[in-house]
Design a protein around this ligand. Structure first.
Ligand code: HEC
Length: 125
């Protein structure tokens, strides 16, 4: 039955395409679920950094230090490196924990002094 073969081969590519489309939409849904709205710098600090770096915890050194603007880039690179790769007793934080956008916002807030004396986790909102 040559007819059936023709019909099948005509339908196969579209079936594959449909499956790929479905897979694609599943993947993008997952990606969306893993990329929530970027948190505010103060929130990231409170949720991820403060329980070691807040003055009353003193596990890590004080990091909410205002730097002169000329040093922001160098200090920012240093913080980015420390957060992504860890430093001695400090663990590394991957993008799943702090997105790139959140890290950039946090760095800006840290070097500019915006987060000076930021409250520890559980502090007032
Ligand atoms: C589990 C505890 C812990 C957490 C959470 C943590 N740190 Fe640290 N951090 C440390 C320790 C301990 C050190 C000191 C490491 C050393 O001995 O050099 C440190 C050092 C640093 C330094 C270098 C010190 C300096 O000022 O030059 C920076 C910058 C830093 N942390 C930033 C951060 C940021 C930003 C976060 C949140 C995204 C964070 N840390 C979360 C424990 C922590």
């Amino acid at each position: 039955m040559p007819h059936t073969t023709t019909v099948l081969s005509r339908h196969l590519p579209s079936l594959t395409g449909g499956a790929l489309l479905l897979l694609g939409s599943l993947l993008s849904t997952t990606a969306l679920a893993e990329t929530p709205e970027a948190r505010e710098p103060a929130e990231v600090y409170r949720q991820v950094c403060a329980h070691c770096h807040a003055p009353d915890k003193a596990v890590g050194p004080e990091i909410t230090i205002t730097f002169p603007e000329a040093a922001w880039e160098a200090r920012g690179n240093y913080i980015r490196n420390t957060v992504r790769h860890g430093r001695a007793a400090m663990p590394a934080f991957r993008a799943a924990k702090i997105s790139d956008a959140e890290l950039e916002g946090l760095i800006q807030a840290l070097v500019s002094g915006e987060l000076d004396d930021a409250p520890a986790q559980g502090g007032e909102e």
